[in-house]
Design a protein around this ligand. Structure first.
Ligand SMILES: Nc1ncnc2c1ncn2[C@@H]1O[C@H](COP(=O)(O)OP(=O)(O)OP(=O)(O)O)[C@@H](O)[C@H]1O
Ligand SMILES: [Mg+2]
Length: 237
């Protein structure tokens, strides 16, 4: 049996008195790509924020490599090897590409292990070419690559991506998904949140469908592509 990396168990979470996620359970195995799809406001970003400790669960448990992490601070959760690339990337527009990458290592050059930047530049050569350019001057696709690159600076074993295709032209979406395929090849385990159902289900080994804060469907990526509910409501077929 494959090794379980992440287990979310009966997770209920939200903001103040507003409950967003209701009893969500899911798991991600080692070297798997798992997608969470669902409409606007379903709670996809809230799920990732709760896993990375930015939002505190109301009830339920989160385990990473067998260790309970749902009471840890975001900083300690990151140290366990979990990287969260937020929706829209949250880059520092007036810092260079290189400085943005350093910020991924908590603005501390010492925490950036030697050779890590070179590895990231190997995955995304365009970031090397543009390392001295302000982040705000990058194209949409390049910005997304920088956001992902920044997520890799702490050499995570588990990468969470929030809508990597958001706002990108179709050609760039394709380019980003080619990069994600490369990351999979490097042995990373990935949890991906997407509204672009077509690409997400194509890449994902397994996927969960989140509606109104609840998991309503789950299955293999290819299997869900054939599901009537998915075809009608997500793929427009
Ligand atoms: N900081 C916040 N305070 C209060 N409510 C919030 C906050 N962030 C999100 N919400 C609410 O939580 C619900 C779920 O939001 P969330 O961002 O998780 O959805 P999503 O599935 O990521 O949607 P999208 O596809 O539009 O990104 C929404 O109703 C949203 O208004
Ligand atoms: Mg979101």
């Amino acid at each position: 049996m494959s090794e379980e990396i992440l287990r979310v168990s009966n997770l209920t979470s939200g903001y103040g008195k507003v409950t967003v996620l209701q009893q969500v359970s899911l798991s991600v195995n080692k070297e798997e790509v798992v997608a969470v799809i669902g409409p606007n406001g379903a709670g996809k970003s809230t799920l990732l924020k709760t896993i990375s400790g930015l939002v505190r669960p109301i009830s339920g448990e989160i385990y990473f490599k067998g260790k309970r992490i749902d009471q840890l601070s975001p900083h300690l959760i990151a140290k366990e090897g979990i990287a969260h690339v937020p929706e829209g990337g949250r880059l520092f527009p007036n810092m260079s590409v290189w400085e943005n990458l350093l910020m991924g290592a908590y603005a501390n050059r010492e925490t950036l292990k030697s050779g890590v930047l070179e590895k990231i530049y190997q995955i995304f050569p365009v970031l090397k070419e543009r390392r001295n350019q302000f982040a705000r001057t990058l194209s949409g696709g390049e910005k997304q690559m920088l956001a992902i690159g920044r997520g890799l600076t702490m050499e995570p074993s588990f990468l969470m991506l929030d809508e990597p295709s958001l706002g990108l032209a179709p050609k760039l979406v394709e380019a980003i998904y080619e990069e994600l395929e490369k990351l999979r090849g490097l042995g990373l385990t990935i949890l991906l949140v997407e509204q672009n159902t077509t690409y997400a289900l194509d890449l994902a080994d397994r996927a969960y469908v989140l509606e109104n804060g609840r998991v309503v469907l789950e299955g293999a990526g290819k299997e869900l592509q054939e599901n009537e509910h998915i075809k009608k409501h997500y793929l427009g077929l």
